[in-house]
Write a protein that binds this ligand. Structure first.
Ligand SMILES: *Cc1c(COP(=O)(O)O)cnc(C)c1O
Length: 461
């Protein structure tokens, strides 16, 4: 399977490369050169299959022949072996026609585990067999860091540098990262904001000396391997609810658009999806785009759903590429406008096409907390704030949809205890995966907001 850049001016690469690199050399993101297809019968044959079986069939289409099916099977079984629910991604009915897809049963209790537990193992396998080593540098405001550390800790082929803003992630989120004791994991707490951390990562990727001495990789959702692994749960949930005979809709709490893009990919592969609802908090750049056709930066506001507090969704470039009929030059032009003027606009036909694929809903914080409280009083179920944004958006949307609607639940509520307490008045039960961290020693280094200091530490390690 070949992968091409959304800006049309980078080498074509295979899955093994697409699953380790960050940006393409032209600044674009890699996407499959053509969409792999599942026929009606092939989708029907997934019915009753376990999560790992569906994963084998779906991921195989992206990997092509770079790995044998036996080895892929092993990697996948290993990746999901420690999940705390036998179904791995259970679908629960909330009321008739409305379902919750629980993606918080991995080791760090957010949906990032579903991609990273696979990707970490695949990267390790690929590096070992090619006798390569990789230096992964990333910035996190919470969930990505812990999921990456859990997936990559102990790898002998990967050195992981994870930056988080000092005292700006929650106590539990920090402990999920800093209690790891593997020698290949380097946790740095930066005196600055998440944006400062991200800027340092960018500097490192652009630094010629670092690039000459280290082979750099990324684990954020610009890495295609993450998207490939996320396509799996769309198939897994949809066949349980009647696909391929029935089309299913999904409501997705959205930040960098990776999760939504995985749903879009499943649809391109042949899975009948009626609507994908792009759910945002007050950081509503995507909602405004789908309303007006204008993508305009407005700065970031802090909310009770930190993983959705974004200024620009990096994966949106992938959908833009398709909306513009895969014209890399057009994408390059629009992305340059966004960088230079803080905005771009698409024409009415493109906007029409975008609306044909997606609905977009904005949910404010008060509504989010009310939805958590309401579901709790009706059913006794507590959901996390990100999932609540999607549930609330689903309520807006419910009236116009006849197909089953699946709300994607991206985190365990225990990751956000303050908001839960404020919404429902009681403490959420802390699962053992988190409770045990409270007694474990932490290991991290505080560093200044200075890329040279980071560089020195990287070369000293
Ligand atoms: C990362 C994250 C999101 C946003 O997902 P994207 O793929 O970036 O859109 C939503 N909810 C939670 C809990 C997350 O960790």
């Amino acid at each position: 399977m070949d992968y091409i850049s959304t800006r049309g001016d980078a080498p074509v690469i295979d899955f093994e490369h697409a699953a380790t690199c960050g940006l393409a050399t032209d600044g674009g993101l890699y996407v499959p050169a053509s969409w792999p297809k599942f026929s009606h019968d092939e989708i029907a044959s997934l019915k009753g299959s376990s999560y790992t079986k569906v994963a084998e069939k779906v991921i195989a289409r992206f990997v092509g022949d770079s790995i044998s099916s036996e080895e892929l099977k092993q990697l996948i079984e290993f990746a999901y072996a420690d999940f705390d629910d036998p179904q791995i991604a259970p679908v629960r009915e909330l009321r008739e026609g409305l379902y919750l897809l629980e993606l918080f049963h991995g080791p760090t209790l957010s949906f990032k585990d579903y991609a990273l537990q696979f990707l970490g193992r695949f990267m390790d396998w690929s590096l070992q067999r090619n006798n390569h080593r990789l230096t992964v540098v990333g910035a996190t405001s919470g969930d990505t860091g812990s999921a990456a550390i859990s997936a990559i800790g102990g790898s002998s082929a990967i050195e992981l540098y994870m930056l988080h803003p000092f005292q700006r992630v929650s106590d539990m989120q920090r402990r999920q990262m800093t209690t790891n004791q593997d020698q290949n994991i380097h946790n740095y707490a930066v005196d600055g904001t998440f944006d400062d951390c991200q800027a340092m990562v960018k500097d490192i990727f652009n630094d010629t000396e670092v690039r000459a001495r280290r082979s750099l990789g990324a684990v954020n959702s610009i890495n295609w391997g993450r998207i490939a692994a996320q396509v799996v749960y769309y198939f897994y949930a949809a066949v349980q609810l009647g696909s391929p005979e029935t089309a299913v809709s999904f409501a997705v709490p959205t930040g960098n658009f990776g999760n939504v893009f995985a749903g879009y990919t499943a649809n391109r592969m042949g899975l009948p999806i009626e609507r994908i609802v792009v759910c945002s908090n007050e950081n509503d750049i995507l909602t405004r785009f789908f309303e007006t056709g204008v993508m305009k930066k407005q700065g970031v506001r802090q909310t009770v759903t930190p993983s959705m507090d974004i200024e620009v969704s990096s994966n949106f470039e992938r959908i833009l590429f398709d909306l513009l009929e895969r014209d890399g030059q057009q994408v390059t032009k629009l992305m340059r406008k966004l960088r230079e003027n803080g905005q771009f606009e698409v024409g009415p036909d493109t906007l029409q096409r975008a609306r044909g694929q997606f609905d977009a809903v904005r949910v404010d914080q008060q509504e989010t907390c009310e939805v958590i409280a309401h579901l709790y009083s009706e059913t006794g179920t507590i959901i996390d704030p990100h999932s609540a944004v999607a549930l609330s958006a689903a309520d807006h949307f419910d009236a116009v949809s006849s197909s089953p609607l699946v709300v994607i639940s991206t985190a365990h509520p225990a990751k956000f205890p303050e908001t839960i307490k404020r919404s429902v008045g009681t403490d959420v039960l802390i699962p053992s995966q988190l409770a045990r961290l409270l007694d474990m020693p932490e290991r991290y280094r505080r560093i200044s907001n200075n890329t040279n200091e980071l560089k020195k530490l990287m070369f000293a390690a």
